[in-house]
Design a protein around this ligand. Sequence first.
Ligand code: C2E
Ligand code: CA
Ligand code: CA
Ligand code: CA
Length: 279
Amino acid sequence: AKELGGNNHRFFDDTMNELVIKKDQIERMMRLALERNEFNVHYQPQIESATGKIRGFEALVRWNSPELGFVSPEDFVPIAEKTGLITQIDELVMYQACLKNVELQHQFDYPFLMAVNISALQLGRADFVDKVQLILNETKMKPEYLEIEITESILVESFESSISILRKLESLGIKIAQDDFGTGYSSLNYLNVLPIHTLKIDRSFIQNMTSATAEKTIIESIINLVHKLGHDVVAEGVETKEQYILLKEWNCDFVQGYYFSRPVSEDKLVELLMEEKNY
Ligand code: C2E
Ligand code: CA
Ligand code: CA
Ligand code: CA
């Protein structure tokens, strides 16, 4: 149930069989979930292709509901966006992720990056930059280790104000990543306009690349183009060794996907770092 649209009960076909709950009920459950701390954060490492070292992590929200069980972000994030609750969720995730990153940097004496997803709605809020600054202050996170992932839908919402907020974030020293590259419209046009540091190639490209020659050419060309513009490239959804080898060959800076690790809980994250695996 990826596309919810106005057809919200589709969500429950997957998770609750016959039970049909309306959007306002889910909203109520999400509000309760915020109060009861049912949201937490999982982390997926990003690997530097050239060295096999960990660049940092992407923070991904998780909702474990006593009533609904595990609910996928693909299902609840769109509802949270419609109801505006995403603001609180994103802030909670950013706060947790910054706190964790400071702790990990200290524990492992290594400058990990932390990437967080920010809903398009946030860039329309006048106080968003202040909120981010507050989180950085409270967690003692240095801005240069924070990367904010945005999707192109942001630009459809309110182009001018979004750009100005992104510029302010950039001036704080925060990195901006364009997420899901290749899935929206006019992707290439935005590359020059947006103050981005990092471009994440959507996993739909990566997953087709070993079988289809066209994808190979597209990915290799995107990497070259993005490098010429001076940005870094992350490949998402890398699941096989073959994909990793090709991406390395094409000088893709960073890779992320199940081949290296699934998103893991904070306890598992420490275990994973202790292993000092060689990718
Ligand atoms: P995304 O930002 O594109 O995140 C990557 C998604 O791909 C994650 O799904 C991750 O678990 C999954 N993934 C990573 N590697 C692989 C792989 O090798 N193969 C496959 N098939 N999948 C892989 P997840 O955690 O279910 O999140 C889904 C989407 O929900 C995210 O897509 C993002 O758009 C949204 N989301 C997640 N956390 C947050 C959050 O804190 N705030 C906001 N606003 N959105 C979030
Ligand atoms: Ca993302
Ligand atoms: Ca993505
Ligand atoms: Ca996505």
